[in-house]
Design a protein around this ligand. Structure first.
Ligand code: C2E
Ligand code: MG
Ligand code: MG
Ligand code: MG
Length: 286
C-alpha cells in the first residue's frame, strides 16, 4: 500500500512538474518580441525620505499585459526572460520607457530637486556588450542628468561575476549614474569586496523588514546592515514597509529611505504625476 501511495505521489509530482514546465514554455513562446508588440507596462513605486516622508524618487517595475492572461507580474516572467535571453530587449525597453517618463515629469513639474528613478538591471544586461554606451546614449537623448538614474543590481549578481562586472560598474559610475545593491542580505557578500565596489545605495531586503516587528534580534540585524552601509559611505533604503511600526523602527535606525505598500504601492504614471504635483504645491507653500 505504501509503495502504491508513494507511486501515486511521484506521479502527482510529475504531473505538477509537467504542468509547470509547459507553462514556462508557453510563457517563453509568448514573451518573444513582447516589447515590440507594445505589451509591456511600467508601474512606479515611490521611495521617501524616512524622516520628512518627502517623495525622493520612484522605482520602475515592469508588468506584462498578456493578450489572454492579463497583467503578468515580473515574478512569473522575469525568470523565463532571463533563461531565454529575452530579458535584454525587455530591459532595454524598460530603461528607455523609464527615462522617457522621467523626462515628462521633469518637464511638467519643473526640475524637482533630485527627483530620481531606479531601474532594475538583470545580470545578462550588465554583461551585454555596449551596456555602458547604451545607458549613456539614452541619458543624453532624454536629457536626463546621470545622477537622477539609479541602477539596481542584486547582491548575488554583483558578487558572482565580480571580475567581469566590476569594470562595467566603474564605467557606469564614471558616467555619473548611481548604483544600488538590491535585496541586500539575501546573498553572500564579501565585505572586503563590497568595500571596493562603486555602490551608492544599499537596499535592505524585505525579508528583514518583515521579521523586524516580532524579533529584537532581527531589529538588530537591520540596524547593523544600516550602519554597515553608512560606514561604507552608502545610503540605505528599506524595502517592503507594510506597517507604521516598521517605519518608526527604521527612523530610529537612521535608515535614509523607505519604500513599501504602507507608504505607496507601485502605481501608474498618472498617479505618480498627481503625487508629484501635490509635493510641488507643498514645497511652494512652505
Ligand atoms: P525588487 O526590485 O526587489 O522590487 C520590489 C518588489 O517588492 C516589487 O514586486 C514590489 O511590488 C514589491 N513590494 C514593494 N513594497 C512591498 C511591500 O510593502 N510588501 C510586499 N509584500 N511587497 C512589496 P514586483 O513588482 O512584483 O517585482 C518583483 C521583482 O521583479 C523585483 O524585485 C525585481 O527583482 C524584478 N523586476 C521588476 N521589474 C524589473 C525589470 O524591469 N527588470 C528586471 N531585470 N527585473 C525586474
Ligand atoms: Mg529593485
Ligand atoms: Mg528590492
Ligand atoms: Mg526584493
Amino acid at each position: 500500500v505504501a509503495k502504491e501511495r508513494g507511486g501515486a505521489r511521484v506521479q502527482c509530482f510529475d504531473a505538477a512538474l509537467r504542468t509547470r514546465l509547459l507553462e514556462r514554455i508557453s510563457i517563453a513562446h509568448d514573451l518573444r518580441d513582447c516589447e515590440l508588440r507594445g505589451e509591456l507596462r511600467v508601474q512606479y513605486q515611490p521611495f521617501f525620505s524616512t524622516n520628512g516622508r518627502a517623495l525622493v524618487g520612484v522605482e520602475a517595475l515592469v508588468r506584462w499585459d498578456h493578450p489572454t492572461r492579463g497583467l503578468v507580474s515580473p515574478g512569473e516572467f522575469i525568470p523565463v526572460a532571463e533563461e531565454t535571453g529575452f530579458i535584454v530587449p525587455i530591459g532595454t525597453w524598460v530603461l528607455e520607457e523609464s527615462l522617457r517618463q522621467l523626462r515628462c515629469w521633469l518637464d511638467e513639474l519643473g526640475d524637482q530637486d533630485g527627483f530620481s528613478i531606479a531601474v532594475n538591471l538583470s545580470s545578462l544586461q550588465l554583461q551585454s556588450p555596449g551596456i555602458v554606451t547604451l545607458v549613456e546614449e539614452m541619458l543624453r537623448r532624454h536629457r536626463i542628468p546621470p545622477h537622477l538614474l539609479a541602477l539596481e543590481l542584486t547582491e548575488s549578481m554583483v558578487m558572482n561575476d565580480a571580475e567581469t562586472s566590476s569594470g562595467t560598474l566603474y564605467q557606469l559610475r564614471d558616467l555619473g549614474v548611481a548604483l544600488a545593491i538590491d535585496d541586500f542580505g539575501t546573498g553572500y557578500s564579501s565585505l572586503a569586496y563590497l568595500r571596493q565596489l562603486p555602490v551608492n545605495l544599499l537596499k535592505i531586503d524585505r525579508s528583514f523588514i518583515d521579521a523586524m516587528t516580532d524579533s529584537a534580534r532581527d531589529r538588530r540585524v537591520v540596524a547593523v546592515i544600516s550602519s554597515l552601509g553608512h560606514e561604507l559611505g552608502m545610503k540605505t533604503i528599506a524595502e517592503g514597509i507594510e506597517t507604521e511600526m516598521q517605519l518608526e523602527l527604521l527612523r530610529g535606525m537612521r535608515c535614509d529611505l523607505v519604500q513599501g505598500f504602507h507608504l505607496m504601492r507601485p502605481s501608474s504614471p498618472e498617479v505618480i504625476t498627481e503625487q508629484l504635483a501635490l509635493a510641488h504645491q507643498h514645497q511652494m507653500q512652505a
